[in-house]
Design a binder for this molecule. Structure first.
Ligand SMILES: [Zn+2]
Length: 179
């Protein structure tokens, strides 16, 4: 019943431990921001993480710096930051989307399946299915039960499900190693 959002990671800039959803992987940080990040965190690595609070602060510094340097044309990032500052919107919102977009289709499916497989909704609906299955095959309401006692087909389904969940757990831990 674990969820990816419960993992804590260290921000390389403020060195605080924060939930994963509050952090952006270093390789997704825009190159323009790297000099400013390295000023604050000399040991910055793109395989580490930065929290959105630090990132937003650095982006604000960046835009201030750029505007001071050149009040001419604004590039995309500057316009985005200025617009966000004006709207007081969270810059992290669209960064989150960017992060989601970097997950492959398979990883997204594994995420969704794992989320459902570990939920109470799944456990309750699955238990209900088991009870219904056993009742249907036990009570002699049906003249020809499709899986009579000792429920050989049910055993097969359970074995497959266990194998599938083991595979899924392996995929999840692989993804976490990569992430
Ligand atoms: Zn931080």
């Amino acid at each position: 019943m674990t969820s990816r959002s419960q993992h804590f990671l260290i921000c390389q800039v403020c060195h605080k431990s924060k939930p994963q959803r509050e952090l952006l992987p270093g390789h997704l940080v825009r190159e323009e921001l790297l000099p400013l990040i390295c000023e604050k965190a000399p040991d910055w690595s793109s395989s580490g993480y930065i929290c959105y609070a630090c990132l937003n602060q650095i982006r604000t510094n960046y835009i201030r710096h750029q505007m001071r340097k050149d009040l001419g044309e604004l590039d995309d990032l500057e316009q985005e930051v200025v617009a966000s500052l004006e709207n007081k919107a969270l810059l992290s919102e669209n960064i989150d989307e960017e992060y989601d977009q970097t997950l492959s289709f398979g990883e997204c499916v594994a995420d969704k399946v794992a989320e459902f497989g570990g939920s109470w909704r799944f456990i309750i609906s699955f238990s209900t299915l088991l009870v219904v299955w056993i009742i249907l095959n036990t009570v002699s309401i049906l003249l020809n039960p499709f899986d009579p006692y000792p429920y050989i087909l049910l055993n097969l389904v359970l074995s497959l499900l266990a194998a599938f969940q083991a595979l899924q757990a392996e995929m999840l831990s692989d993804m976490q190693k990569k992430g």
